[in-house]
Design a protein around this ligand. Structure first.
Ligand code: NIG
Ligand code: FE
Length: 414
């Protein structure tokens, strides 16, 4: 049977994430849950969402029918809007040293830190790195993540950053999830660069940015604004150059010190990510802006530091997204529901705030308007859980796994 339409259902609960505000706190009483719902697909998009029996009466003859048994809950495909999954090597020794009391400097001197991942990533060919990205993307897809942001940033020169971004592009061509790439050449000033941080950033902007445009490798530029990486003063001209070329800006901000979020607001970045060190002033400025605040709880768990002040950000009126930050150094976990559920317990977030943070609010962080809400016209990206109640997803802290995942109208995991 190869009909143009497909009807799936009935779902015990359909959590569409529709009709919720983009910014601010959300109560679970605001969440609309449809019972006995069906989803009608046409090509890669949702054509209609309604009562299953009504859809069946209207489209039953002309549609392929996927009839579900038992209790099923459906939500939009999740979006992981911050990852560093294009990496070689492993930093288990950093983790052990940190937990034994070693400082950032001692770990770097022992051959760890971001620079050690740069060396391992440079040692991989573009093909090998593509395979690594695909393996990591598959592990995220099985969690129901249908859109994955992937940063470069372990190349740290023009040729190696290009290798990484080309590998992400290649991986996207065969991945079942959609990969959105970001250039993080400004992750740190590379140890083998003979010049100032300012001249490194000028070199990247002059030599790399035009190639990113010409090859369609990314439309997003990120920088790590922190004492150990780049100051806001050093980063500002870099971002201004990127903006003038039409790139979206995203910032690693306020992770250890209040450093990057003010710059994110100033340059109208799409997102400011981390924010563990943000104080009332930074929180209010973010809430007053259009910048999405991205919490990365797995990084707090990996390093053993405070969580992003998610509750305060939401109560101040910010748009809060939640992502894995999957990377070999600070966030090796790579689990979205696990880390978001822990953040919910620690920061007292409602289920609606958590699911908004990994669906439509995460889409805003990536400037994507075509997905992450189940409604007519949106991309048919959705997750089916075999459970009677969506609350079980966060309650079970990740041990309830998706039964089936659909991306752009195709079943990609079962
Ligand atoms: O998001 N903050 C900087 N970058 C990464 C860590 C990268 C690494 O340690 O390899 C982060 O936590
Ligand atoms: Fe990061």
């Amino acid at each position: 049977m190869n009909k143009a339409l497909t009807l799936i259902g009935p779902f015990k609960q359909l959590v569409s994430m529709a009709n919720l505000p983009m910014k601010g706190a959300l109560k679970d009483s605001q969440l609309q849950i449809q019972e006995n719902a069906g989803i009608l697909l046409e090509g890669d998009k949702i054509k209609a969402i309604s009562n299953f029996n009504d859809l069946k009466t209207q489209y039953g003859q002309e549609a392929n029918l996927i009839l579900l048994q038992g209790d099923q809950v459906v939500l939009p495909g999740y979006i992981d809007c911050h990852t560093h999954i294009a990496f070689g090597g492993n930093r288990a020794n950093d983790f052990a040293m940190r937990n034994a009391g070693s400082s950032y400097l001692e770990i770097a001197e022992a051959g760890g830190g971001i620079w050690s991942t740069v060396k391992h990533t440079r040692a991989l060919s573009e093909e090998e790195l593509t395979e690594v990205i695909l393996k990591h993307a598959d592990a995220l897809l099985e969690q129901g993540i249908t859109t994955i942001e992937v940063k470069s940033g372990y190349g740290l020169n023009v040729a190696e950053e290009l290798k990484t971004l080309r590998a992400i592009k290649k991986a996207n061509e065969s991945s079942k999830a959609e990969l959105i790439s970001t250039c993080l050449a400004a992750h740190m000033c590379p140890k083998d660069y003979e010049g100032s941080p300012e001249s490194y950033l000028e070199w990247i902007a002059e030599e790399l940015f035009p190639v990113l445009k010409a090859e369609g490798l990314t439309n997003r530029i990120d920088a790590f604004v922190e004492k150990s990486a780049f100051t806001a003063e050093q980063t500002k001209p870099y971002f201004e150059k990127a903006k003038s070329m039409g790139f979206d800006i995203t910032v690693h901000a306020d992770q250890f010190s209040t450093s990057g979020s003010a710059l994110a607001v100033e340059v109208d970045a799409v997102s400011a990510d981390h924010l563990e060190a943000s104080t009332a002033e930074e929180i209010q400025a973010l809430a007053n802006s259009n910048v999405v605040a991205v919490a990365l709880p797995a990084a707090s768990l990996g390093i053993g530091c405070a969580f992003t002040p998610a509750r305060k950000l939401l109560d101040a009126g910010a748009c809060l997204a939640i992502a894995t930050d999957w990377n070999p150094g600070s966030a090796p976990m790579g689990k979205l529901i696990e880390s978001a559920s822990i953040l919910a317990s620690m920061e007292k977030l409602s289920n609606t705030e958590v699911f908004a943070g990994i669906t439509f609010r995460a889409a805003k962080a990536l400037n994507l308007k075509d997905r992450a809400i189940l409604k007519a016209g949106a991309l048919a990206d959705f997750i089916i859980y075999e459970t009677a109640n969506y609350q079980n997803i966060t309650y079970l802290q990740g041990s309830l796994k998706p039964a089936r995942v659909w991306k752009s109208g195709m079943e990609v995991f079962r």
